[in-house]
Design a protein around this ligand. Structure first.
Ligand code: ZN
Length: 498
């Protein structure tokens, strides 16, 4: 069934979106959640399995202490309360890539509850409430062979790889986020971005969305503006890029608005997001908690982290992105929007290192967000991947500040460094790229330019000073761009005034 959609702008006229996110994060522990098997992405299928993670009869799980510690780190960083006592629960369902036919998860006793994450978006801060953070194990992976799409439909047969089964997962569930209106898709994306940066800073996961170590399910609902009644939500599964988070929320808003406009009701269900078309399609109707027949996991003892241990973990937390933001905003005198531009360009680290190497914050930002961002964009890489160090950029900025280079020459120096010709000083020496600061050398070139353009010189003498640009251009050309244009103009005016 195809459903007409309404435009995003139209939908927002009549409806208020509410979204929420459930994010699964594979923890970067060396071994799995309940056994000693080593985690290895991309390894030979089924080469990292044992009786425990294959769910063989008689095998018993043992909790990975480091996974508990990582989950507590995440909970503390999200300002959540850490349970002094909690249990794992069995979540019963059948899935071919889940060897035990149940998943060990947490249900009504999560490890962390009631936190928040502040998200900077469009120059304002939105506080996203965190409902819970709990631990569970990942499933295996099914591979469907012989079909055109890689999906089960049309496949000749399927294979299962249990290497992923039992990898520790943390699920981070937000509270519903109302009140973001038109910006809802953008706020959802900004939340995942902030969460990813935070997890990376905590060093608990490699947070690679493209490899599935960070996966999002996006809940979306609409309420009729002014009604105060929240609508039925849908859950869009496994949205696997930051851009897709934004698109999935947007597409659900448009689809649900059309359903409601037609007088139908939104069905509570899971939906699948399609990268290619940017729309969601119906999956299965959503299970209720009771369908999973949760009960406390009888093979594991409760988890009771001692308060001293939690305090120790708290004390060991690194500077989190929100604290870093506050520090840099003040130190560099930036606006929220300027900070966002740096962060969105992936240039925070390199700019900070360039400032540490001696450049002014303004110079560091100018080079990384300008010239270097352009080069990175041309080569299809992140700025931080360019073959130039923050120290080299700081040195280029210093050479410009001291007058040894002008911006045009500095760009040539950067070219040389990017092409592997050495440090900025080596490139300057090899190509003779210093600004000609010797006035006598400049005056010789100026006299030549005046002699070659007598009519221009006459106009300047008559007071048409804007004509000086022609002479400045001629001198810059004669010195192959190595002159300080402002100084050249000054000398020309002096010459013609005498
Ligand atoms: Zn195992």
């Amino acid at each position: 069934m195809s459903v007409a959609t309404v435009s995003y702008e139209d939908a927002l006229q009549r409806y208020e979106p509410v979204f929420g996110l459930e994010t699964h994060v594979e923890l970067g522990t060396r071994t799995k959640m309940f056994c000693g098997c080593v985690q290895a992405f991309g390894a030979e299928p089924n080469s990292h399995t044992c009786p425990v993670c294959l769910g063989l009869p008689g095998s018993l799980p043992v909790v990975n202490r480091l996974a508990i510690e990582y989950a507590i780190r995440i909970g503390l960083a999200l300002n959540a309360a850490i349970a002094s006592w909690c249990r794992f629960a069995r979540k019963n369902y059948f899935y071919p890539d889940m060897p035990k036919n149940f998943q060990i998860s947490q249900y009504d006793e999560p490890l962390c509850t009631d936190g928040y994450l502040d998200v900077l978006v469009g120059g304002r801060t939105v506080r996203v409430g965190i409902e819970r953070v709990h631990l569970e194990e990942d499933t295996g992976k099914s591979l469907h062979i012989g079909g055109a799409t890689g999906r089960i439909q049309g496949a000749e047969y399927s294979l299962v790889d249990y290497n992923r089964a039992g990898i520790p997962l943390v699920e981070i569930v937000t509270k519903p986020v109302p009140g973001t209106g038109y910006g809802a898709p953008e706020v959802a994306k900004a939340y995942v971005t902030e969460l990813r940066d935070m997890l990376r800073t905590l060093d608990v996961s490699d947070v690679r969305m493209e490899e599935g170590s960070l996966r999002c399910d996006v809940n979306t609902s609409l309420s009729v503006r002014g009604s105060g009644v929240w609508g039925t939500r849908t859950e869009t599964k496994n949205v696997n890029s930051l851009r897709s988070v934004e698109r999935a929320v947007r597409s659900e808003i448009e689809r649900q608005a059309a359903v409601l406009d037609a007088g139908d009701r939104v069905i509570q269900e899971t939906r699948h997001f399609h990268e290619d078309s940017g729309v969601t399609t119906s999956g299965r109707s959503k299970e209720e908690a009771q369908d999973y027949r949760y009960f406390p996991e009888p093979d594991l003892v409760p988890v009771a982290p001692p308060p001293e241990w939690v305090a120790e973990i708290q004390a060991s937390l690194p500077e989190l992105p929100s604290a870093r933001r506050a520090r840099l905003l003040a130190a560099w005198s930036l606006s929220d929007l300027e900070f966002e531009a740096l962060r969105n360009a992936g240039a925070l680290d390199v700019v900070e290192e360039t400032v540490a190497a001696g450049a002014s914050p303004a110079d560091a930002r100018k080079w990384w967000l300008g010239e270097l961002a352009r080069r990175a964009n041309d080569s299809g890489v992140d700025v931080s991947e360019l073959p130039i160090t923050p120290e080299a950029v700081a040195r280029v900025a210093e050479l410009v500040a001291s007058g040894s280079l002008n911006d045009q020459l500095a760009r040539q120096v950067i070219d040389g460094v990017l092409e592997g010709e050495g440090t900025p000083d080596e490139v300057v020496a090899a190509h003779g790229l210093a600004v000609v600061s010797d006035d006598s050398a400049l005056l010789a070139a100026i006299d030549e330019a005046i002699a070659a353009n007598p009519d221009v010189a006459a106009r300047i003498r008559d007071g048409k000073v804007q004509a000086a640009g022609v002479l400045v251009g001629a001198v810059m050309k004669a010195t192959r761009g190595k002159a300080d244009a402002a100084r050249v103009r000054e000398l020309i005016m002096q010459r013609l005034a005498s």
